[in-house]
Design a protein around this ligand. Structure first.
Ligand SMILES: Nc1ncnc2c1ncn2[C@@H]1O[C@H](COP(=O)(O)OP(=O)(O)O)[C@@H](O)[C@H]1O
Ligand SMILES: [Mg+2]
Length: 395
């Protein structure tokens, strides 16, 4: 017997789907449009800085405004080109070269991903924009990644280009989820990138409910999503930080869980199960995306913990950085990996702590200085998943 599906169009419930209506963001869309509108009259357009925590609608609103702008320009016979770059994507923000190559590609000019000197690519970028009288709107989403990987000179250079253009105009829209990023910028960059700025506030539960109700109406089959399920997803996501992506993920995964259990509708319990599943996937995805050196440090911690549990070699001892290091050296040798210094390993332990995969509390070793005491905060299911992955990777 074929199981009945609860979904009418699952795509509608994924975060890459761009809905036709974007409720509760009328004001922000209006503000963004107002900043870019002079381009439609052939005037200079200010750069714009957009910030707010993740899932507050910055990306969809900017894509929406870009498409409206392009449409209006077409109708009026004006040339406006829009380039949207997510700086977090691999191959984009590793180097200045790659960024310019990617922008040029979107403007219809192919540049090899390596091979040319950076200043040649930069000149091509400049002349491509200035080849005719036009406005180019360049949206750099997750622009903080660019800054972290390349430094703030690049931001300064990009935002200054418009002063040197002869025929064309360039407007840069920088978007970030990192609300403290802007404060950390050099004043020159700040004044040029942030001549206009818009903040996106977190959604509250009522707003999230509206967003979910709209998406559920086309995403799910009629009668499969009771109102209390929507309310629960909205409330959970509002509690976290008003993240619409989280709310949508909860609802979509709850639908998948309900479907797998052969249930004709989603019930609140499925939302709880969805929450666990999403958190678990997040931990394992994070582990998978770490560089090999971090993974092997984590593997060392897990191995020591196993020994502690079996009481082999260990009798009721704390796990300290030094212990991890000796195990790490052994694992590196077994797997043909370069052994990093203890100091570097200690940094990697700190990074894993920041990602929430391990807890590394700094403790004093008396006159021997300080070290970290390591514990694993994840639950058994997550630990088993991580172990499965790491054991398959390292011997
Ligand atoms: N007001 C809204 N109406 C409908 N969907 C929304 C709204 N705000 C956010 N979303 C959805 O939530 C998800 C996250 O939004 P996004 O724009 O990517 O957030 P941000 O870029 O701020 O992290 C996307 O799937 C988006 O479609
Ligand atoms: Mg975004």
């Amino acid at each position: 017997m074929q199981r009945r599906t609860l979904f009418a169009d699952k795509n509608v419930l994924t975060s890459s789907f761009v809905p036709e209506n974007i409720p509760h963001r009328e004001q922000e869309i209006q503000q963004m449009s107002a900043v870019l509108a002079p381009a439609l009259r052939g005037y200079h357009t200010s750069n714009l800085f957009v910030y707010g925590t993740c899932g507050t609608g910055k990306t969809i609103c900017s894509r929406f405004v870009l498409s409206q702008l392009e449409q209006a320009a077409r109708q009026q016979g004006i040339t406006i080109k829009t380039v949207y770059i997510n700086c977090k994507m691999e191959k984009v923000s590793d180097t200045e070269y790659r960024l310019f190559a990617q922008i040029l590609k979107q403007l219809g000019e192919d540049v090899p991903y390596t091979g040319l000197p950076t200043d040649v690519v930069y000149k091509r970028f400049f002349s491509k924009i200035d080849e005719t009288e036009q406005t180019v709107v360049l949206v750099l989403d997750e622009i903080d990644t660019l800054y972290r990987k390349i430094g703030d000179d690049i931001l300064y250079n990009i935002t200054r280009i418009s002063n040197e253009l002869k025929k064309a105009r360039l407007a840069v829209v920088g978007i970030t989820n990192d609300t403290s990023f802007y404060d950390s910028l050099d004043v020159r960059v700040k004044s040029s990138l942030g001549s206009e700025e818009i903040m996106f506030h977190p959604y509250n539960a009522v707003q999230l409910k509206d967003i979910l109700t709209m998406r559920a109406a086309t995403g799910f089959a009629a009668g499969t999503v009771p109102e209390d399920v929507i309310n629960k997803c909205a409330a959970l996501a509002a509690q976290e930080h008003g993240d619409a992506r989280r709310a949508l993920d909860l609802l979509r995964v709850a639908g998948e869980v309900a479907e797998r259990n052969g249930s004709p509708t989603i019930v609140e319990e499925h939302v709880d199960m969805a929450e666990d599943k999403i958190d678990l996937d997040r931990v394992t995805e994070t582990v998978k995306s770490q560089p090999a050196q971090s993974q092997i440090v984590l593997q060392s911690v897990i191995k020591i913990q196993e020994d502690v549990a079996k009481k082999e070699k260990w009798t009721d001892r704390r796990i300290l950085t030094g212990d991890v290091f000796s195990r790490y050296e052994e694992l590196c040798r077994n797997n043909g990996l370069k052994v990093l210094t203890q100091r570097r390993v200690s940094d990697l332990i700190g990074e894993l702590d920041m990602l929430g995969i391990i807890n590394a509390k700094i403790v004093s070793k008396g006159r021997h200085g300080r070290t970290r005491e390591i514990t694993m905060p994840v639950n058994d299911v997550a630990l088993a998943k991580m172990r499965g992955f790491l054991d398959g990777r390292f011997c």
